[in-house]
Design a protein around this ligand. Structure first.
Ligand SMILES: CC(C)(COP(=O)(O)OP(=O)(O)OC[C@H]1O[C@@H](n2cnc3c(N)ncnc32)[C@H](O)[C@@H]1OP(=O)(O)O)[C@@H](O)C(=O)NCCC(=O)NCCS
Length: 297
């Protein structure tokens, strides 16, 4: 597939950057972890079918510059949260057991806004990463862990953002790696919750996580469904939600209250879950709003 023939039309116009021939998805993955038929599980997803994927080998010295730029974007994006990823975590926990994916821009064509944002970094690789999504397989072999999601949008002024870059970076990695079920960790008041909760039915595994450096961390699990991905952009309601789930009355979650997170954690540990959140409520509400919880019908 030539990189000049991208014709994706099923995404909103605001995501048309994905058709730019100077932007390509990448897979930073060692040969032993390659997939036989990338994209074969979520075969109804046509977002990436015309994409010419850049393959990068983490075991090669040639990729030092590309890896350095991924780490640089990550470091700057996580600076405020105090959770930037050390190089050894990137390598030992991400690149060796799993796969790192995202989008990259041809460096010779980089817009000034990105050059400015990455000011001080050496831009001497053919491609400059714009985002990263790290997925690691779990010991149970059915699930993967979404370990990190970072988009350069978080560093760019509003007018220079690539709309949907974060959501599409995770989508691409999940699609490319044929992942069926993903677990992940995020903080309750992080804007990323809006993205993570919209890949399928969204189960809460922990609402309060004292073992983590940030106890207000939510651990989630999600069985992937492409129709949920489409709804993220269409902003249409999941009309079948009420047929699959019923309200878990008296057990809402206040993301800003430690007491509420601990109460719900006790409910998870003693109740008859599994318990779910409603993706539409998170997508359309404000970060930090009180959230309803649900059980399967
Ligand atoms: C969270 C993150 C990955 C989102 O990526 P992104 O490229 O900015 O997000 P997208 O363009 O895919 O966003 C799509 C939607 O999320 C919303 N969104 C993204 N960042 C937001 C923010 N900081 N506050 C509120 N809404 C936000 C967008 O407005 C958009 O919603 P809309 O369609 O209603 O306008 C990115 O902000 C980031 O890298 N943050 C720093 C690192 C981080 O916290 N990672 C998550 C760890 S779990």
């Amino acid at each position: 597939m030539s990189s000049n023939t991208k014709t994706n039309s099923s995404l909103p116009d605001r995501c048309s950057w994905i058709n730019n021939p100077d932007i390509r998805p990448y897979a930073f993955v060692r040969k032993e972890n390659w997939f036989e038929k990338p994209g074969s599980h979520l075969s109804d997803c046509d977002w990436f079918k015309d994409q010419d994927v850049l393959i990068r080998d983490p075991l090669s010295m040639k990729e030092e510059g590309f890896a350095r730029l991924i780490m640089e974007i990550e470091r700057r994006a996580f600076h405020q949260s105090g959770m930037p990823m050390p190089g050894w975590v990137f390598y030992d926990c991400g690149l060796i057991p799993g796969i790192v994916t995202g989008f990259a821009y041809r460096t010779s064509k980089l817009p000034d806004a990105i050059k400015y944002t990455l000011g001080g970094s050496r831009l001497d690789t053919e491609w400059t990463p714009l985002s990263l999504f790290i997925a690691i397989p779990c010991g149970n072999k059915k699930e993967w862990v979404a370990h990190n999601l970072t988009s350069i949008n978080s560093l760019l002024p509003q007018e220079d953002k690539f709309y949907g870059l974060g959501f599409l970076s995770k989508s691409f990695g999940l699609w490319y790696s044929n992942i069926k079920q993903i677990c992940g960790m995020t903080q309750w008041t992080s804007p990323a919750l809006r993205l993570h909760s919209n890949y399928g039915d969204f189960e809460v595994l922990t609402s309060y996580t004292p073992v983590h450096s940030h106890p207000h961390t939510l651990t989630y699990r999600c069985a992937l469904k492409f129709e949920a991905w489409q709804r993220f952009f269409d902003k249409t309601e999941d009309k079948a939600f009420d047929k699959r789930f019923k309200l878990n009355e008296g057990h809402s979650i206040d993301p800003n209250s430690a007491e509420s997170l601990i109460d719900f954690q006790k409910h998870i540990e003693t109740g008859e879950g599994p318990y779910f959140l409603k993706p539409d409520q998170i997508r359309n509400g404000k970060i930090g709003d009180v959230l309803n919880t649900f059980t399967g019908v």
